[in-house]
Design a protein around this ligand. Structure first.
Ligand code: DC
Length: 649
């Protein structure tokens, strides 16, 4: 299986403005209540993501008309509490909000339904909600394991009114599912919460959304909720969905770590979402935070670094994950408590966060309901194998912050579509990566000399990518592997033990600077460079050369494949005759006997192979500046590239 990944470039800073996608929690509640209401509702700024798509698909299967009006707006034709389709099989993916709330509504709706999801959804408990609904006479059966989805719901006589009990200490979504369904009974009903209610802010969202649709719940503390008799949902006409406060957390943390100011628009002081309190946690860590009615802005501490905190995260369960990765950039340990609900989310989030944070060198302690993260001592290396994401959007998003340390590989990044399909594009728009000047061109064009000179002028790092192919060829030779054995060569490329010094290159401890320039190894380098598996194996190795303050990289595919976001791309070439002369002069200077003609023929052959190969062939890409150095001195070539880089060309 081909592993899908994204490599985030190392970041220097973060600033700008992000308009947030709509809140997942509010979007799915509004969709369901608009469907259950009397009248049509225009829903604006709806989140367009997997979880809301599952809810819309389900509502359509139930016979509800949901029209897309474009630009994140939808018109939902309410059914006044009676779904037109009395029988349906609903697939809800891994959308917990959709699953729990539809279970409640359908249990009281009087039809015959099945609700299924992905394998992980079938491991997420729902017994507490089913127990509560059964007290009303609902006929709900487990089709798989007891207390877990999938479920079958059959028509039954619903006992009206009275007092019901539901557990609130595992997930607040059970109470939400129950409360949103109860107006379908039309009679006064009281719900008592058993155990300590977690995630109260999500219940506030539920109550606020129900109120928007005309149903006022009377609340006594967080233990008793009463629905008065005769209430039914009525469309308010138009509803605008707030920005997603959990999604805001990644950008607020970016501002705190990367200097800022970074502003998110769509949530602010007046938000109904509990996760806006994530900004308070950042302030506790030393970040500067400002708020307006509809925006929040963060910036780094005035002095020094962020510092670790010890926090009860009961009120910000989702955004708290972002604190765990922000902790990598703080002084001292960060302890996040009261997060037992992480264990029953898209994945066991405590275990997953601990495993992945350890890959970055953090010391992590975990317990049933807490995690403690002690950051690595100094700058840390990110793993070539990447951060695994467990089909959990929030893991992918919160770990992207680690790109402040180094180039970071995130595996299966597509999971962000659950709540934030264009997350990585938005992330790129407000982060400033370490700049790269990419210089590509044929052998002996002088690009190595120009690139090294540029790097020292700018005080930037330098990557001679050809050396990695040469080292691979040499290491294969030493290991007795032939240059056409793709799998074995790629394994050697992935495991190269190389140390690049100022003027030295060591392979497994031996100085090999001259050995890799040998004509035979040069030819071997060109052969191994044509093997796709070798190029894949060397990709991450090349990318991690990108470190602050900048990188000058030379090779064949620096601008096209390895650093496609390079600040400046140059295709540096010279006539093959001039290149043969330059190579000849170099060899003579080193005291190596050589004549021009074989060098010329060899260069032609290598040009041919490098430009004809099927993967990353040598060619000038459209966005590269052409620099023909046939008649230029090194100084002239360097100054031309410098001037392009100053113009950002
Ligand atoms: O630049 P150089 O001559 O040191 O490169 C050695 C070989 O490696 C050459 O045949 C081309 C290949 N190469 C490549 O395919 N991609 C790169 N980025 C750099 C070099």
């Amino acid at each position: 299986m081909v592993m899908d990944f994204v490599d985030l470039p190392p970041l220097l800073s973060a600033k700008g403005v992000v308009r947030l996608p709509g809140s997942k929690s509010i979007s799915n509640r509004v969709l369901l209540l608009a469907a259950l209401a009397d009248g049509q509702t225009e829903v604006r700024d709806l989140l367009e993501s997997d979880d809301t798509a599952r809810m819309i698909d389900a509502l359509r299967l139930l016979g509800v008309v949901v029209e897309s009006l474009g630009d994140r707006a939808y018109r939902v034709h309410g059914v006044a509490g009676k779904f037109p389709c009395r029988q349906a099989e609903l697939f809800l993916g891994n959308a917990g909000t959709a699953f729990r709330s539809l279970t409640g509504a359908l249990a009281l709706a009087g039809g015959h339904y099945t609700l299924t999801g992905v394998a992980r959804m079938h491991e997420r408990p729902i017994g507490d909600l089913v127990d509560a609904l059964r007290q009303l006479g609902a006929d709900i059966r487990y089709l798989g394991n007891e207390k877990f989805p999938p479920l079958e719901i059959r028509p039954s006589a619903i006992r009206s009114g009275g007092v019901l009990q539901v557990r609130g200490d595992l997930s607040s979504q059970f109470l939400t599912g129950l409360l949103m369904a109860l107006p379908l009974t039309g009679v006064e009903t009281t719900v008592e919460v058993v155990g300590d209610l977690i995630s109260q802010p999500y219940i506030e969202i539920t109550l606020a959304t129900m109120a928007r649709f005309g149903v006022q719940v009377e609340r006594q503390g967080w233990q008793r909720f009463t629905l008065p008799a005769g209430h039914a949902y009525r469309s308010p006409g138009v509803v605008s969905v707030e920005g997603d406060a959990s999604s805001a957390s990644y950008f607020l943390a970016l501002g705190a770590i990367g200097g800022g100011p970074l502003r998110v628009e769509g949530v602010g002081r007046d938000s109904v979402q509990g996760d806006v309190r994530f900004a308070d946690a950042l302030a506790l860590m030393g970040a500067r935070v400002e708020r307006g009615p509809n925006w929040i802005e963060t910036a780094g501490p005035l002095q020094g670094k962020l510092h670790g905190i010890d926090l009860d995260c009961k009120h910000i369960p989702d955004a708290a994950m972002t604190l765990a990765t922000t902790a990598l950039f703080a002084e001292g340990a960060t302890t996040l408590r009261n997060i037992a609900s992480w264990r029953v989310k898209e994945t066991d989030r405590i275990a997953a966060m601990a495993t992945e944070l350890r890959k970055l060198g953090a010391a992590v302690e975990e317990g049933a309901d807490f995690i403690r993260v002690t950051p690595p001592h100094s700058s840390f290396l990110t793993p070539p194998a990447g951060i695994d994401t467990y089909d959990d959007h929030r893991i992918a998003m919160c770990f992207s912050l680690a790109a402040f340390a180094n180039t970071l590989r995130i595996n299966d990044p597509g999971c962000v579509t659950k709540t934030f399909p264009d997350f990585f594009a938005r992330f790129a728009a407000v982060t400033q990566p370490v700049p790269v000047i990419a210089i590509d061109g044929p052998s002996a064009s002088g690009k190595g000399t120009v690139a090294a000179r540029l790097a020292s002028t700018l005080g930037w790092h330098y990557l001679d990518s050809g050396a990695l192919y040469r080292l691979t060829a040499l290491a294969c030779r030493r290991a007795g592997v032939t240059w056409d054995d793709e799998a074995a060569t790629a394994t050697i490329a992935a495991g190269l033990d190389v140390v690049f010094g100022e003027n030295s290159i060591r392979l497994s401890g031996d100085e090999v600077n001259d050995a890799i320039r040998d004509e035979e190894i040069s030819s071997g380098a060109s052969q191994v460079a044509a093997l796709p598996a070798v190029r894949d194996a060397l990709l991450f190795r090349q990318r991690v050369f990108r470190r602050a303050p900048g990188l000058v990289a030379d090779g064949r595919d620096m601008g096209s494949v390895v650093f496609p976001d390079a600040l400046t791309k140059v295709f540096l070439t010279a006539s093959v005759e001039v290149r043969a002369e330059r190579r000849h002069k170099q060899l003579i200077e080193k005291g190596i006997a050589a004549s021009i003609l074989p060098l010329l023929l060899d260069l032609r052959e290598r040009d041919q192979r490098d430009s004809q190969r099927s993967v990353a062939p040598l060619q000038q890409s459209e966005d590269a500046n052409l620099l023909d150095t046939t008649d230029l001195t090194i100084e002239q070539a360097v100054s031309q590239v410098l001037s392009w880089s100053k113009q950002g060309a």
